[in-house]
Design a protein around this ligand. Structure first.
Ligand code: HPA
Ligand code: ZN
Length: 367
């Protein structure tokens, strides 16, 4: 809960989340219970085991002993790649459709508490294949959780977006993308759009040009999180994406800000992620004011909430505490989030009508 007089407005705003990784919603407690179910020992990827417990000279990391032990390490990431090492350890406990159902359902319940009305959820098919976990297994568990949430009246529409992993060879991404197309997952509507994530530095967007050229779907790419503004420009010109995930480094270039505004590109900004991964020293250093002043559209999102200490409302509150935005500015953010969503127009209309009702209630000027 933030101290702003607008806190109740922030709670009640109907929200669209465009930048959340399914695997990044794996809470330490669920991670531990799935590790126990699947007989997996969780090892710290950056700490060698004591020589006395490691027969192979300490190549294996020290074992995590509790969810609190894990959470304490999460409080101290030094960079995107430092975080990613732990994020991929989390993948190891996800083995069957029941695991993905539990993961997805936990996120949907938590998101509904923050009044999320529409969620577009990323997942990383390439990160699961090495354990023999197919895309169909992920989709089966995900679908079951979505149907359960629907039956329970949580009121969230949901899309699932595969992301290509930049730390792996481009050819691997191409093969996996081809198999998703061949198996009809885009055509059936089970998957929506294509994303690009993981390590950013030295993996410029243009490497993925040929794949995105074949994607008939909406495209989005993580860019300008740690990488330079040129990567954002390249994602726009080479991949023809309609959204940029993060994009905070765009603020270093007035020309790029003007281009993003002119093309009505939505940046999916994740302030607590930027803070946790040391892209900024304070939330006040996220260029929210520069985006508003330049007319750049953005939504506010949680990214990997189980790892970064906050869900979507926590991110809204952190922005409000840092910037003290007006009701009108929050209206602009909420509208851009609805309009930049990839759901059908009818669903956008429903969320916009709810937004207008909330604005009237809180004394905003709607329309
Ligand atoms: O913030 C992120 N950046 C890049 N890749 C990711 N995969 C999960 N979260 C992230
Ligand atoms: Zn992300």
């Amino acid at each position: 809960m933030c101290k702003s007089p607008l806190h109740d407005l922030l709670v009640n705003l109907p929200k669209c989340e465009h930048h959340v990784h399914l695997e990044g919603t794996l809470s330490p407690s669920l991670l531990f219970s799935l590790a126990a179910k699947n007989n997996i020992v969780l090892r710290d990827p950056s700490s060698p085991a004591p020589a006395t417990t490691s027969p192979n000279g300490g190549e294996e990391g020290e074992a995590f002993t509790s969810p609190a032990h894990l959470a304490a390490r999460y409080a101290n990431f030094s960079s995107l790649d430092d975080f990613l090492a732990y994020y991929y350890v989390g993948f190891s406990v996800l083995r069957d459709a029941d695991d993905f159902e539990a993961l997805t359902y936990e996120y949907l319940v938590r998101a509904a508490q923050d009044n999320v009305r529409h969620a577009e959820v990323f997942f990383d098919p390439q990160g699961h294949l090495p354990r023999g976990v197919s895309v169909e297994v992920v989709m089966e568990g995900f679908g079951r959780a979505v149907r359960r949430a629907e039956a329970e009246g949580l009121g969230i529409s949901v899309l699932l977006i595969p992301c290509l992993l930049r730390h792996l060879p481009v050819e691997h991404s191409a093969q996996v993308f081809d198999s998703l197309v061949r198996d009809g997952h885009f055509a059936s509507g089970a998957l929506s759009g294509l994303g690009l994530c993981s390590t950013e530095i030295d993996r410029p967007p243009e490497l993925y040009r040929a794949i995105f050229e074949r994607a008939k779907e909406h495209g989005t790419a993580h860019a300008g999180e740690e990488g330079p503004p040129a990567y954002i420009a390249s994602a726009l010109s080479e991949l023809s994406v309609s959204r940029i995930d993060h994009g905070v480094r765009a603020a270093q270039s007035a020309e790029l800000l003007a281009l993003l505004a002119a093309q009505k590109i939505l940046l999916t900004v994740c302030p607590l992620s930027n803070l946790a991964l040391r892209g900024v020293q304070r939330v006040a250093d996220v260029p929210i004011r520069a985006f508003i002043d330049a007319g750049v559209r953005f939504s506010i999102n949680s990214d990997d909430p189980a790892y970064f200490g906050g869900y979507i409302l926590d991110n809204y509150c952190a922005v409000q505490e840092a910037f003290g935005l007006s009701v009108g500015e929050w209206e602009g953010i909420a509208r851009a989030a609805v309009e930049g969503s990839w759901c059908v127009e009818g669903r956008k209309g429903e969320i916009l009508r709810e937004l207008e009702g909330v604005l009237v209630e809180f004394g905003g000027v709607s329309g």
